[in-house]
Design a protein around this ligand. Sequence first.
Ligand SMILES: NC(=O)c1ccc[n+]([C@@H]2O[C@H](COP(=O)([O-])OP(=O)(O)OC[C@H]3O[C@@H](n4cnc5c(N)ncnc54)[C@H](OP(=O)(O)O)[C@@H]3O)[C@@H](O)[C@H]2O)c1
Length: 276
Amino acid sequence: MAELPTRTLGDGTSVPVIGFGTYPLRGTDGVRAMVSALEVGYRFIDTAVNYRNEREVSEAMRVSGVDRGDIFLQTKVPGRDHTIARKSIETSLHVMDLDYLDSALIHWPNPSQGTFVRAWESLVEAKERGLVRSIGVSNFTPEQLDDVISATGVTPATNQIELHPAFPQVEQRAADAERGVVTQAWSPLGRTSSMEEPVVKEIAEAHGVTPAQVVLRWHLHLDSLPLPKSADPQRQVTNSEILGFDLSDEQIAAITALGRPDGRLFGADPLVHEEL
Ligand SMILES: NC(=O)c1ccc[n+]([C@@H]2O[C@H](COP(=O)([O-])OP(=O)(O)OC[C@H]3O[C@@H](n4cnc5c(N)ncnc54)[C@H](OP(=O)(O)O)[C@@H]3O)[C@@H](O)[C@H]2O)c1
């Protein structure tokens, strides 16, 4: 696969335009899939404490032989660690035997806990201490972004949200962009559901590419940074080969129009869904 271009986050950090999702890769098979992803050219790896695979991620990084400095490694602080977020980052570093992270996110705001602002203050401190180069959030609403920005004066570099054709997040993407926050997309393929859409299949046929490539190309046109997961080396390659064609404005609009109010996967509304 050709080297992926990068984009610059609001805090000046440079990051590949496509990342590799690692949930639920674990164990020997998980390491094999992650080594393959690094070998075929992914340089942005997305993990989380709650994926229970940070050890596998670090093993894959070492086995792959790719220079640490060439990898953008992102993990996430779980809800139970909001009040000890800096310590959580130190533990992730210890587990992965690393000196620094490229990015750390608050995994879920868990509003009923009332602790996400404290977690953000702790991430700001972790960045100041050089434990992490870039800090951000995941599953935050516009109001929650404003809460952390007004408490600290520091804007999250990124907001990782559920985003795929059935749930295109038009308002949240606009709110992120207004604040200078780059939107990362989790479940960018709708966990395969997006590829079954007749509109997507039709557009794929017109371009002579796969439905997954159409969906991932749509993300880039939206300025969204997709994090597809695949354990299959061939799909890992094709998922990243999406810069050789462009979607027309009509095709982009037709895919976005697949959005439905009930389009979220497993009802993961961050106002009610919480993860410890
Ligand atoms: N922040 C959060 O709260 C949050 C929540 C969920 C996920 N995430 C992150 O987002 C990443 C991606 O999300 P996801 O894994 O839920 O969903 P996804 O990337 O949309 O879909 C993954 C599924 O699609 C299949 N697939 C991948 N490429 C394909 C292709 N070209 N053709 C056909 N099938 C294909 C994979 O199977 P194979 O492996 O067999 O190819 C897997 O079953 C996760 O790994 C994780 O890093 C974050």
